[in-house]
Design a protein around this ligand. Structure first.
Ligand SMILES: Cc1cc2nc3c(=O)[nH]c(=O)nc-3n(C[C@H](O)[C@H](O)[C@H](O)COP(=O)(O)OP(=O)(O)OC[C@H]3O[C@@H](n4cnc5c(N)ncnc54)[C@H](O)[C@@H]3O)c2cc1C
Ligand code: SF4
Length: 335
């Protein structure tokens, strides 16, 4: 049994000061990732700082039209927020595809951004895992790697980033607000998660002691349709084998703008830039979607058990794009 101290912070500066950039201290929000990992002896904090009382549970539309989401807004509240449903349906769909109702009631926006990989070797303290214990090796590389990534992999780590919410945010575009001992700063969402490279233990750009206070979504693409498609082993309460989040604006049958991100196949929430280029100014047709899907997976690197994810992800992309275009047509029948 390992003991740890537990403090509840009443405001942001108290949370940051209590944390004090100490590696052995962790913020806790819904606890749905953190407490599991503590129980598995994968995370061993000596102190938890509870952030649930901080004034970070609001969703507000800013004067410039962007949507600012507080760090402790739950996945349930965010998915059902009227502004999210009306202006960011991709985010609502992605959130509702994740976990279970009970988990979404507890899980928070920042906690979801910070959730850890579900690689079983990472979660098994007796296995070799470079991410959990740098330099120890990677048991997934020649082990059971059916759930693992094909994009953004390295010789040190092939673990997927498991979030659905983050796939939608990667496609929509967002900015994180971070507050820590050195002050407040902002960072583009797509720069926050790191590729594993030779240092898979460095998962993100958060500095010691920094707190995510808000996620601010970019203004939506005007007149666009959206669709999040998640393919998995069972229809609910399961992580993605491959998922695709698409936002597409179509005019006179031509794709004016497309945003595409992938989940379940990559080591971070994966914005598919090559696919977006292949879609731009092209007819909204199955042939175009297939070309985009090829472009998105052109650099995929399979391992022994996960090669099936490459055609699966291509299918997810084609279907998500098709549904997003239908959604755009339904919303703008004159275009
Ligand atoms: C059985 C199960 C199934 C799941 N299925 C899915 C799924 O299908 N799709 C999906 O996307 N997710 C899924 N999840 C993951 C779930 O969405 C995450 O566990 C949840 O979003 C984490 O949020 P939390 O508030 O509980 O985080 P916590 O567990 O409280 O914290 C997680 C991490 O974030 C850090 N943290 C929390 N808040 C902040 C902050 N403001 N600033 C800096 N660091 C912070 C903590 O220190 C910790 O390291 C599943 C989880 C479980 C247990
Ligand atoms: S894939 Fe990454 S997380 Fe999984 S065992 Fe290897 S190093 Fe660890």
């Amino acid at each position: 049994m390992r003991s740890f101290a537990y403090r509840t912070a009443e405001d942001i500066s108290q949370a940051v000061t209590t944390h004090g950039a100490d590696d052995h201290v962790a913020y806790v929000a819904g606890g749905t990732t953190l407490l599991d990992l503590v129980k598995l002896d994968v995370m061993r904090p000596s102190q938890l700082v509870d952030i649930n009382r901080l004034p970070l549970s609001e969703v507000e539309t800013l004067d410039d039209g962007r949507l600012r989401i507080g760090a402790t807004v739950t996945n349930t509240d965010l998915a059902h927020h009227p502004e999210v449903k009306a202006r960011y349906p991709l985010l609502s769909q992605a959130l509702l595809s994740g976990a279970s109702t009970q988990l979404r009631n507890m899980a928070t926006t920042a906690g979801n951004v910070m959730q850890r990989t579900r690689c079983p070797y990472y979660r098994d303290a007796s296995a070799a895992c470079n991410r959990r214990e740098p330099g120890s090796g990677c048991d997934a590389m020649h082990g059971i790697n059916r759930m693992h990534a094909v994009l953004g992999v390295s010789d040190a780590c092939i673990a997927t980033h498991p979030s659905d919410m983050c796939v939608a945010m990667a496609a929509i575009g967002a900015t994180l607000t971070l507050e820590g001992p050195e002050g407040v700063r902002e960072m583009a969402f797509n720069d926050f998660h790191r590729l594993p490279g030779e240092q898979p233990e460095k998962e993100h750009e958060l500095r010691p002691g920094e707190l995510i206070t808000h996620v601010t979504l970019d203004t939506p693409v005007e007149g666009a349709g959206a669709h999040y498609l998640k393919l998995r082993d069972r229809a609910s309460y399961e992580f993605a084998l491959a998922s695709a989040g698409a936002v597409v604006a179509v005019e006179d049958g031509m794709i004016r703008e497309a945003r595409l991100a992938l989940g379940g196949v990559a080591t971070k929430p994966w914005r598919a830039h090559e696919a977006e280029q292949a879609l731009h100014d092209q007819p909204a047709s199955i042939e175009t979607f297939e070309m985009a899907a090829e472009a998105a997976l052109q650099d995929a690197v399979p391992h022994e058990h996960n090669a099936f994810k490459i055609p699966l992800a291509r299918q997810a992309i084609v279907r998500a794009l098709r549904e997003a275009c239908k959604d755009a047509e339904n919303a703008n029948p004159q275009r």
